[in-house]
Design a binder for this molecule. Structure first.
Ligand code: ZN
Length: 285
């Protein structure tokens, strides 16, 4: 399988309208790898899209992915679901009569419950289903999906409205945790995965200068993992390779600085090979 990073930004993608600091100007003028769409990735092989941020349509077009055979949601938060109108593209409105493409949409157990409460997610998907554009599959915890020889196992995080995924093909295992790592204790069954794709957490300290960026008593630390905490989780998981994603614009660290940090962490030898993702990155696993 191959993982393609369609969008590597966080809740606030990069650039942020109106901000004129060097990171945002670079993202605006140079684009990729400095700019970041909202969080989503596509796994070639199982042909699985994980999450649909606002920029999902643009991301699919940039990646030349004409149709999405399968989609799964990690949780209901707006930055992960608000691009769900992409499924309307399954109908070619200029052709009649037509046979629309149908995307299989998988909702893990709690996501299916939350979809009926938040963001109108279930209502929109049901509308698409009534038009034949998607088919909704509600999963129970413990269920697996097998797509093109890849077994996908969703599992709950400590923030138990959110899910991570293990993708297994033969002896290869990839872990994907798109977001919400706060207070997470990585379970033993993911130890030693070949690849871990994990949300980076908040950079409360600038990794280059060592200066604190966010006051320690900021309420965000009551619900979000820091990058330092995320690194401790990676140390427990012991992956062969780790790729950090869901990189917040408000953390104000640009692509070049992150690549330097990745090399330093790789050299430290505690975390496996460390990379910070950028939009369009493709990785074999
Ligand atoms: Zn998010």
């Amino acid at each position: 399988m191959q993982i393609e990073f369609l969008g590597t930004g966080g809740a606030i993608a990069t650039p942020v309208p109106g901000l004129m600091d060097s990171m945002n100007v670079k993202a605006r003028t140079l684009g990729v790898p400095y700019s970041r769409y909202g969080p989503c990735l596509f796994v070639h092989g199982p042909d699985l899209l994980i999450d649909t941020p606002e920029e999902a349509r643009l991301a699919l077009d940039r990646a030349d992915i004409a149709h999405v055979p399968n989609c799964i949601y990690s949780h209901w938060h707006p930055d992960h679901v608000l691009g769900r109108r992409i499924f309307e593209l399954n109908r070619h409105w200029g052709v009649w009569p037509d046979e629309p493409y149908c995307t299989q949409v998988y909702l893990p157990q709690q996501v299916a419950i939350d979809a009926r409460i938040y963001q109108g997610l279930y209502e929109t998907l049901s509308f698409h289903q009534s038009k034949g554009l998607v088919r909704i599959h509600e999963l129970h915890d413990g269920d697996t999906i097998t797509l093109n020889d890849v077994m996908i196992t969703p599992f709950r995080l400590t923030q138990d409205y959110a899910y991570g995924f293990v993708l297994a093909q033969h002896k290869t295992r990839a872990l994907i945790v798109p977001d919400e790592l706060f207070a997470w204790q990585p379970p033993s069954f993911i130890h030693g995965v070949d690849l871990a794709v994990i949300a980076s957490g908040i950079f409360e300290v600038n990794p280059r200068t060592g200066l604190r960026r966010i006051p320690a008593d900021h309420p965000i630390f009551e619900s979000e993992a820091t990058f330092a905490q995320t690194l401790q989780m990676v140390e427990q998981i012991q992956p062969r390779r780790v790729i950090f994603t869901h990189i917040e614009a408000v953390d104000m660290i640009d692509h070049d600085e992150l690549q330097t940090l990745g090399r330093q962490l790789t050299a430290a030898g505690c975390y496996g090979e460390v990379t910070f993702a950028w939009d369009t990155l493709r990785v074999e696993c």
